[in-house]
Design a protein around this ligand. Structure first.
Ligand SMILES: [Zn+2]
Length: 157
């Protein structure tokens, strides 16, 4: 399958690959392992990074996507929008399909996205002290989350 990435999507993918190698090298040095990362470009063109947060209470885990989105909100307010978001999952060998966002993240990407927001799911594999990026697929959030839950914000007013 040939994927047609836009110039900005290519820029975000390039950033993601570089950051994944940088973060993984740091993690390995400190006795940790690879994780799921997420990188997004907002409507201002700014890039925000995220990684899966896994404390020792399972229900406190935060997905990489939501970490990146929370970072966008911190830097750019709740009015910022996601233009493109990368989800990069470590795999032992090439998989047929890369990991897509979980249901909660699909909703949050939809909430902070637009009808054009793309979700780029990629896989990466560790090779000795380097990482390769064999595969990526591109989706649109409107296709991954076609019937969104739309809570009424004025419910309690
Ligand atoms: Zn998630």
């Amino acid at each position: 399958m040939t994927v047609n990435f836009t110039t900005d999507e290519k820029k975000l993918i390039k950033h993601a690959k570089k950051a994944i190698v940088k973060y993984n090298k740091m993690r390995h040095k400190k006795g940790s392992v690879d994780t799921l990362y997420s990188f997004l470009m907002s409507d201002s063109g700014k890039i925000h990074n995220g990684a899966c947060f896994e404390p020792n209470i399972a229900q406190a885990t935060i997905c990489g996507e939501r970490h990146a989105i929370a970072s966008m909100v911190l830097d750019e307010s709740y009015n910022a929008k996601i233009k493109y978001i990368v989800v990069a999952d470590p795999v032992p060998e090439v998989q047929e399909n890369s990991t897509p966002p979980c249901g909660t993240c699909r909703h949050i990407i939809w909430q902070f996205g637009t009808s054009k927001t793309s979700v780029i799911c990629m896989q990466y594999i560790q090779r000795k002290n380097d990482w390769i990026f064999p595969k990526a697929e591109k989706y649109f959030i409107k296709d991954l989350y076609p019937y969104p839950y739309e809570p009424k914000e004025d419910l309690w007013k």
